[in-house]
Design a protein around this ligand. Structure first.
Ligand SMILES: Nc1ncnc2c1ncn2[C@@H]1O[C@H](COP(=O)(O)OP(=O)(O)OP(=O)(O)O)[C@@H](O)[C@H]1O
Length: 246
């Protein structure tokens, strides 16, 4: 499997504050990696480094600069300015912004692809609405269309299950599995049970990164993670084993 991104001995943070230290991670085509970790553990910071928004303090990211693979990104919905006057259709097409000339127009193929994606996500009837008029779940679908319209090599989703009802959650992971046949996926989620039942590998991020080349993590392995977490497993045993009541 071809490598599309690698982080080596990476340290990253903000001004004097070190958030991530000694992080090593390799992403290969068709990987489906789930990132879990406590609040403030550094998951979003890791995504910012991968996206090239945040420069590492130390370490190496390869390929870098203009060589970086094409990345589609679904941000946390609460980070989006809902007052910005832009229609659903324009948001979806804006995922192609870096692929067209400045002031260039979207061509008919671009518009057709946007319509296909909006139909697939069940939001075609909203295409002329202003983004600020949508519910959180509808907005998730719009931004997912935007993230995949350029057919990226790597798709990154930051908490895609927020605002999403259980019907669409099933559909969402079905769509992600289809996309995973031709793109690598990294998904950050607090819904550990859901994420672990869909991904192929897991990274626990809490200042350092512990990588598990499987979607099963034992309690022993979680000790390295250094924070309380449910036991995640699949098959004969329940998906979550919660602590006993005292
Ligand atoms: N722009 C910033 N400037 C300074 N500190 C920041 C900045 N962004 C995040 N931090 C700090 O970095 C640490 C890691 O934040 P980050 O957002 O990466 O965590 P996270 O694992 O994504 O958390 P959550 O699960 O709450 O989304 C936190 O202590 C946070 O306060």
């Amino acid at each position: 499997m071809r490598k599309i991104l690698e982080l080596k001995s990476l340290t990253a943070g903000y001004e004097e504050k070190v958030v991530l230290k000694g992080v090593n991670l390799m992403v290969k085509e068709n990987d489906f990696l789930g990132i879990i970790g406590p609040n403030g553990g550094g998951k979003t910071t890791l995504l910012k480094v991968i996206l090239g928004i945040l420069k590492p303090m130390e370490g190496e990211i390869s390929p870098d600069g203009s060589e970086r693979c094409n990345i589609g990104y679904l941000p946390q919905i609460n980070q989006i300015d809902k007052k910005f006057p832009i229609s659903v259709k324009e948001v979806v097409l804006s995922g192609l912004m870096s692929h067209k000339k400045i002031f260039g127009r979207y061509n008919s193929d671009n518009k057709q692809r946007a319509e296909e994606l909006m139909t697939q996500m069940g939001i075609i009837h909203l295409k002329n609405k202003n983004i600020g008029e949508l519910s959180g779940g509808q907005m998730q679908r719009v931004f997912l269309c935007r993230a995949i319209i350029s057919d990226p090599q790597l798709l990154i989703l930051d908490e895609p299950d927020t605002y999403v009802d259980s019907n669409f959650e099933g559909e969402l992971y079905e769509i992600l599995h289809q996309l995973n046949s031709h793109m690598a996926i990294i998904v950050v989620s607090h819904d550990v049970g859901t994420i672990c039942s869909h991904v192929k590998s897991i990274a626990c991020v809490n200042k350092t990164l512990c990588y598990h080349d499987s979607n099963v993590i034992s309690q022993e392995q979680l000790k390295a993670y250094n924070c309380p977490i449910d036991l995640i497993t699949h098959g004969e045993v329940p998906h979550r084993v919660l602590k006993q009541h005292k």
